[in-house]
Design a protein. Sequence first.
Length: 498
Amino acid sequence: MVTISLYKKHRVGKIEHEIFGAFIEHLGRSIYGGIYDPGSIYSDKDGYREDVKDLVRELGVDIIRYPGGNYVSGYDWRDGVGERKVRLNLAWGQTEPNTIGTHEFCDWAKSIGSKVMLATNMGTGTPRDAGEYVEYCNHAGKTALTDERAKNGRAEPFGIERWCIGNEMDGDWQIGTKKANEYGRLAHETAKIMKMVDPSIKLTVCGSSGPGMPTFPEWDRIVLENTYNEVEFLSLHRYYEFPYADKKRVGDFLGSFVDFDAFIKTGKATIEYVKAYKRSRKQVYLSVDEWNVWHMQEGNRQKEKWEVESVLAENHYTAIDAIVFATLMMTLLNNADCVKMACLAQVINVIAPILCEHDKKAIRQTTFFPFAYGSKYAKGYTLESLSDSDGYDSIYGKVPYIYTANTYDDNTGELTCFIVNTRETESEDVSLCFDGFDNLEFTESFTLDYNDKFDTNNLGEEEKVKMIKGDAARKQSDGRFAYTAKPLSFSVVRFAEK
Ligand code: AHR
């Protein structure tokens, strides 16, 4: 028996809905062959796939980061507006027709009800390019650039509030990698210009692209020391897979969230250090603007270099991937005091919760479910959770058998408990001890349903892995609720004040 204690007024932090953001890049079949696929029986008259749109709506994505990723470090935004130029996508070895650019992507995002966060090129781009991009998108007055925007069909500004200053600039794989001080200086000057154009925008500066980087966490400190006054967010990126791609290392893989939590807490500590060093009252937050499960060796079938629609990073997610994914999402929620934005990388075909083929209807991958249920039910505040769960050792440290994230919404009086049992063969009774709530009653529960931990959902087939209605949480004589978490399970257990 594991006891989880929650007190209504003890809160980690407010959950900004931007935690349920995502990321779409010009990579593989994400844009071409993903959201845009003229000639597909599922596409509308303009070539956009309706089935994909329906699923992205259902996924519940608040904000989408675009157009990269590594791609952005060689991207000239001018190639994607007005007259289009066919270019090489050097980051991914593809040909880029630029059919989809800022206008098309923003219209698409609007049609599915998501906001857009744009990234600027800090690899080959300049502070002036970034400033002009903000002017093109956001300036309301009449200038040469806004005239061009109007000529391209958009008289009104796009009103893009959030911007990233580059992508993973600490990685040698990045076009135009920089040393921390070089990037810090450049980001500082770029941020100044961008905010001179539009002071209302919110900026994200590139933090570390992973705790495995030799530059981590010095990079984050140096970059923030250069930019603390100009930016609102420090970005972190992190992907997990079976350690050494060894699918027998189930326990280690399930422990990924322990490492993710430590990574986030180091980012938070670095922000606090720089805040103190600067004697600043301003609070910078974290934007984990790339996170996911990514089996890096899988799903790469690029026939030849410079194809437009190469098959790259098309992971076929399993039930266990969904459970690890759920724990990562829950870790974001459990750090809601400092994580105020996050982007699931990515959305369609490329390391994605949605998979489609030209004439095959888009499907929900296994990882679709934790995100969709999180986006729908994780509202209000994350509560502090006290747990007495025992655990096991992993390469990332001790992994609790029962891991939870618990959210409470003052507006509705709803409490949602996300519960993962990391044990493969044993169920666990969880005793939920609630304090300070008014007449809390169990309302509903959902659980991930599958037969084998390596089950996948496949195009053209019934869903093998899906969320189903779960068991009730049973009210005990002492006022606690008991919920049985099945072996290797992800459940969403909901209560409401009556
Ligand atoms: O999401 C795929 C790639 O992963 C992104 O382009 C890059 O930023 C990261 O390394």
